[in-house]
Design a protein around this ligand. Structure first.
Ligand code: HEC
Length: 90
């Protein structure tokens, strides 16, 4: 398995719901779902993660996010995930 294959696997199949389910294959801004709230049509998006710095990328994993699930990654795994996003958007 190459470094890229490993990183891609981690992105699509971490020990919980895959990142691609919400952020898409490339980490671009992605529509998760649409719903109606008090008669108003709303959209729920996963943010674009293709242009953020590694520092900002890393932060999300120690935050209490509203929608994104909690993952328990090692620093190395976070680096792999970031690597995947960079490679796939080349
Ligand atoms: C259930 C949908 C969902 C899944 C699965 C998911 N995310 Fe997210 N992600 C979000 C949403 C929505 C946000 C915005 C913060 C919030 O409201 O939770 C976010 C925020 C982020 C951010 C911060 C972006 C910024 O601008 O600060 C990063 C980085 C990120 N996600 C990466 C990932 C990675 C990598 C995975 C897989 C390990 C993943 N996400 C899985 C929905 C998801």
């Amino acid at each position: 398995m190459t470094k890229f294959e490993y990183a891609s696997m981690l992105y699509k199949n971490p020990r919980s719901i895959g990142c691609d389910k919400c952020h898409g294959n490339l980490g671009e801004k992605t529509l998760i779902t649409e719903y109606k709230h008090k008669g108003i049509q709303k959209q729920l998006y996963a943010p674009d993660i293709t242009k953020i710095s590694f520092e900002n990328f890393k932060k999300v994993f120690s935050k209490n996010t509203k929608i994104m699930p909690k993952y328990f990654f090692t620093d190395k795994e976070i680096q792999e995930l970031y690597y995947y996003i960079q490679e796939v958007n080349k």
